[in-house]
Design a protein around this ligand. Structure first.
Ligand code: COA
Ligand code: AMP
Length: 631
């Protein structure tokens, strides 16, 4: 895009209509939009209200037609099996069109929901694109969630079909997906239970099939390929459930038109990649990063996307990322700071880089959690490329703030997620709704309207959309993050203002974990706090008060509690520590003093809040977590 960052951003603010209609030219439309934004029902907004398109056409078919048929579209690299599987754009089109045909033969059509519960295999991306092709709405559920979490998402999305696989692979075990899927389906009310489960059999563990199960390969082999169904730009493309402050996840809705435009814009202008280059997001398709930058963004932009099944360390070593970059000619890598911390811990001197030719590797982007300056600086020094901290959320779908490498490489400031991107009017407000001076921490909000690509609503819950995001400061979107803007306009995101924690770049609700702990018969009350961790950024720790008269040994109860969270939320919660305490520190109005408890657990300085109900509880907690005070 021509012009400096400041010029481009100014235009996006002064003429959003013109700016986003121009950006829409990067997309193929069946009916091109004549208007960009309809915000007549604010805070609900609709981008490109009269446009029509198909997202799968933009991600696949148009590249086949436009000369990229033989270019690699998808490279799957499994650190567990050692296999590399590739699809050209033409092969991807065949695979997607056939699966779409198979799904249609099983009754899936425009507007129907399809839940995808799959490990990191190419069929997961193919399934997403097949849904998009049919105008169906996919909802991908991350494989590290347990059956109960899957069940709650199925119950809310009410899909016609579920697409899954027999198993996923983790470093020390094969994770059987099918029993988890079957258990989840058994928990769902039969009235809304999907009628078909499509299962991709993997050789590492073949699943037993039941009467409503369909073998993925057989379905595809017997299918007539189908073309792309035209949908409205405002039709939903997907629903992605994310943690809220309660145990009930929020179904973030993504539209077709705004999403396609925003992702195409970001690939060129934020990530600075060109069509034909190789782009790798080391995440999972179950997260928003996987949706936007494993699947849709790189493909819409005509890049080769890399899908990596493995970890940054231990599969087999801390050089795994460098091998993937070198083997596949990656130009840009996007991952979470926790991955770099994990590599740094094992190979602090970068010795595993010595024999690797990173070739045309240009930029490392980090997001998903706060990036500590040390990790950013170590990564830049070790790799010798710019390392960009950028900030976004499931709700926004792409970066709110970043260093726009395709427009202008701004100076990097470690600890800052750089500057607001065009279209994002970021402000910092105090609790009374007044803007605070530069350098002061406050609530990070975005003045409405949000740009294209951001979520237009929550699935089945318009009320919660307004209540959770749009009511605290009318006219602004509440991001849920606290942060500051420095005098140069650089944004730093410091923490959440709610009960969400970030564990290894995964967004988790402490409220959901508390609901699980409270369900144990011995527990009177509890609080889950995020405590600093050298690799994962934060880990959850449960503080648990037992009911009077419980005589089960504490150790037995804590083991049961850890198991219960793993069984009900999933291994991804990384809940390994429950501590039995005599009481929870509370204010006189009964609010748990989480920040103070967190400071105590981390060994940090803290002041006893004046509103505390019983200072002795705090002292007892301090003794329990840190041992008796000395001196
Ligand atoms: N299916 C089943 N189980 C899964 C899973 C999946 N898809 N993903 C993770 N898990 C399990 C893990 O095996 C682990 O189980 P364990 O308690 O038996 O060891 C547990 O969930 C916690 O996973 P995680 O927090 O990811 O820890 P880890 O030790 O497996 O890996 C990192 C730690 C830092 C290497 C890894 O989290 C990572 O690479 N993160 C950065 C990239 C990323 O995914 N970012 C997300 C958004 S960008
Ligand atoms: P998710 O919806 O899973 O993408 O998580 C979004 C949350 O992760 C944000 O609200 C932030 O709290 C946090 N986050 C993401 N990127 C950054 C970043 N670059 N710096 C600080 N926090 C971040």
């Amino acid at each position: 895009m021509s012009g400096s960052y400041a010029e481009v951003r100014r235009r996006s603010m002064e003429d959003p209509e013109g700016f986003w209609l121009d950006a829409a030219d990067a997309i193929d439309w069946v009916s091109p939009p004549t208007r960009a934004l309809d915000d007549s029902a604010a805070p609900f907004q609709r981008w490109y209200p009269d446009g029509q398109l198909n997202t799968c056409h933009n991600a696949v078919d148009r590249h086949v037609e436009g000369g990229r048929a033989d270019q690699l579209a998808l490279v799957h690299d499994s650190a567990y099996t050692g296999a590399v599987t590739t699809y050209t754009y033409a092969q991807l089109q065949d695979a997607v069109a056939s699966l779409a045909g198979g799904l249609r033969s099983r009754g899936v059509g425009r507007g129907d929901r399809v839940v995808i519960y799959m490990p990191m295999i190419p069929e997961a991306v193919i399934a997403m694109l097949a849904c998009a092709r049919l105008g169906a709405v996919h909802s991908v559920v991350f494989g590290g969630f347990a059956a109960k979490e899957l069940a709650s998402r199925i119950a809310d999305a009410q899909p016609v079909a579920v697409i899954s696989a027999s198993c996923g692979l983790e470093p020390n075990r094969v994770v059987a997906y099918k029993p988890l899927l079957d258990a989840a389906l058994a928990m769902v009310d039969p009235a809304v239970r999907p009628t078909v489960s499509v299962v991709k059999q993997r050789p590492q563990q073949v699943a037993d099939m039941g009467p409503t199960d369909v073998d993925y390969d057989e379905l595809v082999a017997g299918a007539d390929p189908v073309g792309c169904v035209t949908v409205d730009a405002t039709d939903p493309l997907y629903v992605l459930y994310t943690s809220g402050t309660t145990g009930t996840p929020k179904g973030v809705v993504r539209d077709n038109g705004g999403h396609a435009v925003a992702l195409a814009w970001s690939m060129a202008n934020v990530y600075g990649v060109r069509p034909g280059e190789v782009y790798w997001a080391a995440s999972d398709v179950g997260w928003v990063v996987g949706h936007s930058y494993i699947c849709y963004g790189p493909l819409i932009h005509g890049c080769t996307t890399v899908m990596y099944e493995g970890k940054p360390v231990g599969t087999p070593d801390a050089g795994a990322f460098w091998r993937v970059i070198a083997d596949h000619g990656v130009a840009v890598l996007f991952t979470a700071p926790t991955a770099m911390r994990a590599i740094k811990r094992v190979d602090p001197d970068g010795t595993l880089l010595a024999d690797v030719d990173l070739g045309g590797f240009r930029t490392l982007f980090l997001a998903g959690e706060r990036c500590d300056p040390d990790t950013l600086e170590w990564s830049a020094a070790t790799l010798g490329v710019p390392v960009i901290d950028h900030w976004w959320q499931t709700e926004t779908g792409y970066p709110i703030s970043a260093n726009p490498m395709g427009i202008e490489h701004l100076p990097v400031k470690a600890g800052s997620a750089t500057v607001p991107m065009p279209g994002w009017d970021v402000r910092i407000l105090d609790d009374a709704g007044e803007e605070v001076p530069a350098g002061t921490i406050g609530n990070v909000v975005v003045k409405l309207p949000l740009p294209p690509g951001a979520f237009p609503t929550l699935w089945n819950d318009e009320e919660r959309y307004v209540e959770s995001y749009m009511s605290r400061f009318p006219g602004y979107y509440l991001t849920g993050d606290a942060g500051l803007v420095d005098p140069d306009g650089y944004l730093s995101i410091m923490s959440r203002i709610d009960d969400i924690i970030n564990v290894a770049g995964h967004r988790l609700s402490t409220g959901a974990m508390e609901e699980v702990l409270s369900g144990h018969p011995a527990v009177a009350e509890c609080a889950v706090i995020g405590v600093a961790d050298a690799t994962k950024g934060e880990v959850p720790v449960g503080l648990v008060v037992l009911k009077v008269g419980v005589d089960t040994p504490d150790d037995t109860i804590t083991i049961e509690l850890v198991r219960k969270v793993r069984d009900e939320i999933g291994p991804v919660a990384a809940f390994k520590q429950a501590i039995i305490v005599d009481g929870l520190p509370k204010t006189r109005s009964g609010k748990v003093l989480r920040r103070t408890a967190k400071a105590i657990a981390e060994g940090a300085e803290y002041t006893v809040p004046s509103t505390i109900e019983d200072p002795d509880v705090l002292e007892a907690l301090r003794t329990r977590l840190r041992g008796p005070a000395t001196g």
